[in-house]
Design a protein around this ligand. Structure first.
Ligand code: XMP
Length: 522
């Protein structure tokens, strides 16, 4: 399969570079800059992209690459730090500028460059750099300029080497996708045959070969990743797959039944489905526990316990399947150069006492939106495929303080009303304007504050809970800001919640950004 390698120098947009390449229907993978040249050669990439990164290439111990990388006869595109490094290694000069160039910047392009085919001569780009290329390496010429940067892009067409000082991968560079398309499709000559339907087909074939007559066990959470993994495995090996769905009672309203409808005996997939209704067990374990980390730990550990109990009943299996996706791999420090942000596991870690020989991860090479696409290809309903992120510990981290059945009922009912009204308001805007409103949140849910306060209802004094409505806009869920939900929608939500949900007399809207708040309450 034709492939582009993204060589990671530790910049913040590196996964985005890989996403953009795949949007050109070209498969690509991210590797650390420390990857040996022999390994890179052996993968026979059609092209190489060097990413941005935090170092200064002229400093000692800066992240670097060998000169030979540019002599393989494979087209190379350096982005930001990658462009500076290319210059530095090939005999140009990189220096610190007197001022950082940051943000949206007007740029003029030499549109005779193959990199800028079909791009406007004068456009906008996203800059973020201190260092700049002050002298080009021999054989290179500058093909883009800004007011402060004489080399905003460069090329050496004979050797198929290109560098861009700005970030074509971010949306703030409106024509950036075209530039990356020009590189991977025209300069590298990739045919663009990477498609989701062929990915699904190939995966099914590969899984069949790998699994043979073996048995596979999967912990199905009802989230997008494990559901799509279940879908692919089911198509590949049918009843050789057993899915264990632990309903911890901390799911959103009706979600447990929805999962059963899709994957259970009356659903659309051929597999063995085991649902464990463990609500009572969880409520018992969580009784009296108020400390957030302790709650998370209990929920995770109990999940593993139950899963292991079920696995024991099933007996030895050959494979344990996981819904790991590509960002999990990269963030675990396995793919690229990013720091270890989290070790990937779905809920509480890998079970130690399940008897299996090997792990199987059918989605290991896919980004989230590709997983969703694969889900649609497999016939998983849109409602599940486009589900917003939901934490493993579920409503346990949306109920401040002790968790009990009554609080779960309150937050489930309030959350269902809130999501219904927000979805309706967003959809109304879409029908009217032909586009989603700018306030459409990326994650929105109701949570239960542990605060009870005095209210009045029907001439009677009440002393009930306050519901907290959360709605955030975010790209990466690492930072977020409160979404500007229309006031009349909030009014409707408030009025429905206090009328329809017993035990609530107050509704608060959380306007905190992250930081300092987190998205979840605990
Ligand atoms: P926070 O609250 O950390 O949330 O700002 C960031 C994103 O991560 C989700 N989240 C979790 N997901 N297990 C998960 O699978 C967890 O324990 C967990 N905690 C938070 C949260 O919903 C948000 O999208």
């Amino acid at each position: 399969m034709e492939k582009i390698l993204v060589i990671d120098f530790g910049g913040q947009y590196n996964q985005l570079v890989a996403r953009r390449v795949r949007e050109c229907n070209v498969y690509c993978e991210i590797y650390s800059y420390k990857t040996p040249l022999d390994k890179i050669k052996a993968m026979e990439p059609k092209g190489i992209i060097l990413t941005g990164g935090p170092s200064s290439c002229y400093e000692e111990n800066a992240a670097t690459c060998s000169k030979e990388l540019f002599e393989l006869g494979i087209p190379v595109l350096g982005l930001c730090y990658g462009a500076q490094l290319m210059s530095h290694v090939l005999g140009g000069k990189v220096e610190r500028a007197s001022q950082r160039e940051y943000g949206k910047t007007e740029v003029d392009l030499d549109i005779s460059s193959p990199l800028f085919k079909g791009v406007m001569q004068h456009t906008v780009c996203w800059m973020s750099h201190f260092d700049y290329i002050s002298k080009l390496a021999p054989g290179f010429k500058s093909v883009a300029w800004t007011a402060n940067t004489p080399v905003a892009a460069m090329e050496c067409t004979e050797k198929n080497l290109y560098g861009i000082q700005f970030h074509p991968e971010v949306l703030h560079t409106p024509e950036g996708s075209k530039m990356l398309y020009n590189f991977v499709r025209n300069i590298c000559g990739c045919s663009g045959s990477w498609r989701m339907d062929s990915f699904v087909e190939n995966s099914i074939k590969e899984i069949r070969e790998k699994v043979g007559n073996g048995r596979v066990l999967l912990a199905l959470s009802g989230g997008v990743d494990s559901s799509v993994a279940a879908g692919i495995l089911s198509k590949a090996i049918g009843k050789q797959l057993t899915c264990v769905f632990v309903d911890h009672g901390l799911l959103r309203k009706n979600e447990g039944d929805d999962v059963e409808k899709i994957f259970g005996p009356d659903g659309n997939f051929d597999l063995n489905f085991i649902r464990v209704n463990a609500q009572d067990r969880y409520f018992e374990k969580l009784a009296g526990v108020t400390e957030p980390e302790r709650k998370r730990k209990i929920i995770g550990e109990e999940f593993i316990n139950i899963f292991e109990e079920e696995a024991k009943k099933i007996g030895a299996v050959d494979f344990l399947a996981q819904g790991t996706i590509y960002p999990d791999v990269v963030e675990s420090g396995l793919g690229g150069e990013s720091a270890v942000i989290k070790s990937h596991h779905n809920v509480g870690g890998l079970p130690e006492h399940v008897d299996f020989k090997e792990i199987i991860e059918p989605l290991r090479n896919l980004f989230k939106d590709e997983v969703r696409q694969a889900g649609l290809e497999l016939g998983i309903p849109e409602k599940l495929v486009f589900r917003q992120p939901f934490p493993g510990p579920g409503l346990g981290v949306r109920i401040v303080g002790e968790v009990n059945a009554d609080k779960v009922r309150i937050v489930q009912d309030a959350d269902a009303i809130y999501r219904e009204e927000v979805d309706k308001a967003a959809w109304d805007c879409y029908k009217k304007d032909g586009d989603w409103p700018t306030w459409k949140p990326d994650q929105y849910f109701a949570a239960l504050s542990n605060m009870r306060s005095v209210g009045v209802m029907g001439d009677e004094r009440t002393y009930d809970y306050a519901i907290v409505l959360r709605a955030v806009r975010t790209v990466d869920f690492m930072t977020a800001e409160a979404a500007n939900i229309p006031w009349d929608t909030l009014q409707t939500v408030m009025s429905r919640i206090v009328n329809e949900v017993r035990g609530v007399n107050r509704v608060l809207f959380d306007i905190s950004s992250k930081p300092p708040g987190t998205i979840e309450l605990e």
